[in-house]
Design a protein around this ligand. Sequence first.
Ligand code: ADP
Length: 258
Amino acid sequence: ARNALFQSQKLEAVGQLTGGVAHDFNNLLMAIHGNLDLLTQRDDLPDRARPLVANALSGVRRGVALVQRMLAFARRQQLHLAPVLLPDLVHGMADLVRTSLGPSVLVEASFPLSLPPVMADANQLELCLLNLAVNARDAMPDGGTLTISARAESVQDGRALGIGPGQYVRLSLADTGEGMDEATLSRATEPFFTTKGVGKGTGLGLSMVHGIVQQCGGALRLSSTRPGGTTVDIWLPVAGALGLGADAPPAIAPSTHY
Ligand code: ADP
């Protein structure tokens, strides 16, 4: 067990390192990309230099794709899956969520009385909720309401969501904020995609949430209207849904590493 713990800590460190390097590298590539882009727009650029600049640009694009793959790898940290009661988890972080949202946002949480536990990593799920709360706050600078709800859902055909059929709990966070336009909505879960400007957003929040939810065997869906607001739906598999009364679920996710 100690060895397993050591292994998972080592992998976590590698993951963090990869993520950090990928982030810095991405920023460098973006600077190079920006400069090359400016070069191609200049009419005093000699024609014979154009293919060279185009070449350099395509190299930078390949670099960006590589960084994205590094990030995807870095996110594949070992999760500790165990049954989690979402109402308890949300309730347990009420103070943190409140603080993240600030005084002008109202929080309404409501759950059905008998909600089955989900299989998830509680710590990672808390991180997800905090990220989503911060996004909700940023979308409601003049205040509003964040509604947190959940319900059990039997998914027959989850292909559009990328999940198999089965029992899930659908957790929803709906804000009354500014919403997203089509272009933002389609790119929101991309790593480093942010509309918040330099120094404000990292563009890593939703991509992290997406990665964690997927690793738990769940799905994430964003929907948005302007005006109206944004709803984040997260499906998580019900704990023990495959074979009720079977052995206790493993404490550690079956290998998520290559
Ligand atoms: P960041 O918050 O650092 O920008 P995210 O990955 O969390 O990174 O979000 C990416 C982008 O998606 C945000 O910059 C914003 O444009 C949009 N977004 C995320 N959540 C919301 C929300 N609740 N309402 C409106 N837009 C949102």
